[in-house]
Write a protein that binds this ligand. Structure first.
Ligand code: AMP
Length: 419
């Protein structure tokens, strides 16, 4: 084996995997398209400042997971670690606030994070994401959550759970963070050194800690859900009521924190019991302050991202549609340039007529060609000896007839499927 391999934490998408991904993409396009979301593509890299400002300086992503590089002109660029900040940058840059609101966008793109690789966690991974920008109401959040659940259902994700919370507004959060930081400082002897070192940077992360003693201490910590301002509590009640109405079950998780700083109000995460340690299949939340923070007008917004690899893992084995081969063109007279030309022409014309057609390209003998056609599951094989006379073999019926070259395609179109 060559010593050249895909970089650690990355993987090749081989044709069988690509087929499963294509199915997932079709589901996403159908589900999100039907709800008015338009596809967006942003560049693979952006100015580092976008993520520093957008995702948050204190987050793990910005502190240690970004692939940043000098663009050759002294500007720092970063391979996108997430999709929301780039979509917001595009919203502002293209003046989308002047369009009818909300602007609903979706993407399927790859993202890059310098994380320790393990099953379900990669350094380059794909996400399907949806953002609804310019709508403040709880209906938007509920709609987004329901669409996400619909995507998981279509993808066949097993043992799905929804955890839900609300972070209130930035102001409530600021006050709460002070209260929480004070609580953490008062209980430092019950916290891990890492949590202590982050108290003033990001006290919410203490809820995330793996350390048992810290988890114990956090059980009596003040809870943000109890501190929501009345209008935020009302907003959250309405989100919950809409989900109840849609028959979506969820678990309230007041300790839910996601590794991105821009959230306010509704926050959610989906997990799958079919996954191991990396059980999150996706998450989202409302980020009303982000567009303004990036230099745009004050704009409410909400969105989510679902991990493609995790969805595929959580769905388990799924039937993959196999490619149909309508016609295999075999060359019996391999030494005859006329037979070669006729075969080449027939395969091209068949494709132009909407059939899927393959031509023998590996120099096999006739027996090998028929075997290969069978392996491909070809419906018909055209065997070309004398270029004026073609033997068309129906691989299902097993019979073989001699026909004129121009009769091959009409015969297949009549017999196999109408393209
Ligand atoms: P986040 O952008 O961190 O909210 O992640 C949203 C979803 O993307 C997660 O729930 C995972 O399903 C997926 N995800 C995040 N990071 C990775 C990664 N390093 N490898 C694979 N999937 C990931």
């Amino acid at each position: 084996m060559s010593s050249l391999q895909a970089p650690r934490g990355t993987f090749d998408v081989l044709p069988a995997d690509a087929a499963r991904r294509a199915v997932l993409e079709t589901h996403a396009r159908r589900i999100l398209g039907a709800a008015g979301y338009g596809r967006i593509e942003t560049p693979t890299y952006e100015a580092t400042e976008l993520f520093a400002r957008g995702v948050g300086e204190a987050t793990d992503i910005v502190q240690k997971e970004m692939y940043s590089f000098d663009d050759g002109g002294g500007r720092s660029m970063t391979l996108r670690p997430e999709g929301t900040a780039p979509v917001c940058r595009a919203y502002i840059e293209h003046g989308m606030h002047k369009q009818p609101q909300p602007v609903k966008l979706w993407y399927l793109s790859s993202f890059f994070r310098a994380e320790a690789p393990q099953k379900g966690r990669y350094r380059q991974f794909w996400q399907v994401g949806a953002e609804a920008i310019g709508a403040a109401g709880p209906e938007t959040d509920a709609e987004l959550i329901i669409l996400m659940a619909d995507l998981y259902r279509a993808a066949g994700v097993r043992d799905l759970h929804l955890r839900l919370s609300s972070l209130g507004t930035a102001e409530t959060r600021r006050e709460y963070r002070e209260e929480l930081a004070a609580y953490l400082h008062a209980h430092e002897d019950g916290l891990s050194p890492e949590v202590i070192s982050r108290i003033d940077l990001n006290p919410m992360r203490a809820f995330d800690a793996d350390d048992r003693r810290t988890q114990e201490t956090m059980r009596s910590a003040p809870i943000l859900l109890d501190r929501l301002a009345p209008e935020d509590a009302e907003h959250f009640e309405r989100v919950k009521a809409l989900l109840d109405e849609a028959g979506l079950t969820y678990q309230l998780d007041p300790a839910l924190v996601r590794g991105l700083d821009y959230y306010a109000r509704t926050l959610w995460e989906f997990t799958s019991g079919a996954l191991g340690a990396q059980s999150a299949v996706g998450g989202g939340g409302r980020y009303d302050g982000l567009i303004e923070q990036l230099g745009g007008p004050p704009t409410p917004a909400s969105g989510w991202a679902a991990g493609v690899e995790r969805m595929l893992l959580a769905a388990g084995e799924q039937p993959v549609p196999t490619d149909v081969v309508d016609l295999f063109v075999a060359i019996a007279a391999r030494d005859s340039p006329q037979a070669q030309d006729a075969g080449f022409k027939l395969a091209n014309e068949a494709r132009r007529a909407g059939l899927s057609a393959q031509l023998e390209l590996a120099g096999r003998g006739l027996k090998g060609q028929l075997k290969h056609a069978d392996r491909l599951g070809a419906r018909y094989v055209a065997i070309i000896g004398d270029p004026m006379q073609i033997s068309l073999k129906d691989m299902e019926a097993g019979d073989q007839t001699e026909i004129a070259p121009e009769a091959v395609i009409p015969t297949i179109l009549r017999g196999s499927r109408v393209a």
